[in-house]
Design a protein around this ligand. Structure first.
Ligand SMILES: N[C@@H](CCC(=O)N[C@@H](CS)C(=O)NCC(=O)O)C(=O)O
Length: 204
């Protein structure tokens, strides 16, 4: 199996972290793409993913899977030990809820803030600076929700580490590119962030 990715791309990082948590990252061949250089918008790459995004998983039979969480779900089913997506129906649903909250209301907004304020992908989209700024301040509001959740929970979705923690952590780290940092006074969020730094998967 091959994973098309980029070391600096947050979506690719969450799949790498997930695979590291499962202990199988070294079994996958990682193929580094130059996103700003346009590797992912080539005709050849669009045959792997018509949406021209990474990460993309290539199977040995020449088929492909994209969307970070779909790739994670595949590996969760393949390696169900040390579950990262829950086991009971309520655990699974709760993790899904937090994963989606972190992705939709935080990660995607941070990404839009980055693309629209920096013009990083100006060759393939029209950056609208004002919209980027709206996204940056919208994303900042999410820290409060995370801090409140972590006041009563060890991890984002409850008592165990999950894919929701991966999405939140990767998004917080990526938010630095738009100069968005966790507010100092958010002690629960800070406690959780420091705890996350102990996991070997953060460095992959
Ligand atoms: N919903 C997709 C998002 C994928 C995505 O936006 N990937 C970014 C990198 S983090 C990308 O490929 N950007 C290149 C571009 O927009 O041209 C997922 O979860 O994998």
């Amino acid at each position: 199996m091959k994973l098309y990715e980029s070391k600096t791309a947050p979506n690719a990082r969450r799949v790498r972290m997930f695979l590291a948590e499962k202990g199988v990252l070294d079994q996958i061949e990682c193929v580094e793409l130059d996103l700003q250089g346009g590797d992912n918008i080539s005709v050849e790459f669009r045959q792997k993913n018509p949406l021209a995004k990474i990460p993309v998983l290539e199977f040995d039979d020449g088929t492909y899977l994209s969307e970070s969480i779909a790739i994670c779900r595949y590996f969760e089913a393949l390696y169900p030990q040390s579950p990262l997506m829950g086991t009971t129906p309520i655990e699974q649903a709760n993790i899904e809820m937090w994963q989606r909250r972190c992705e939709i209301y935080f990660m995607n907004i941070v990404g839009m803030g980055f693309q629209h304020t920096t013009g990083f992908f100006a060759d393939r989209m029209k950056p609208i600076k004002e919209w980027g700024e709206v996204c940056v301040s919208g994303a900042a509001k999410f820290f409060k929700l995370l801090d409140a959740q972590l006041a009563h929970n060890q991890y984002i979705a409850g008592d165990s580490f999950s894919v929701a923690d991966i999405t939140a952590l990767v998004s917080i780290d990526f938010a630095r590119v738009i100069k968005l940092r966790m507010p100092e006074e958010m002690s629960h969020l800070k406690r959780w962030y420091e705890q996350m730094q102990q996991r070997p998967s953060v460095g992959v």
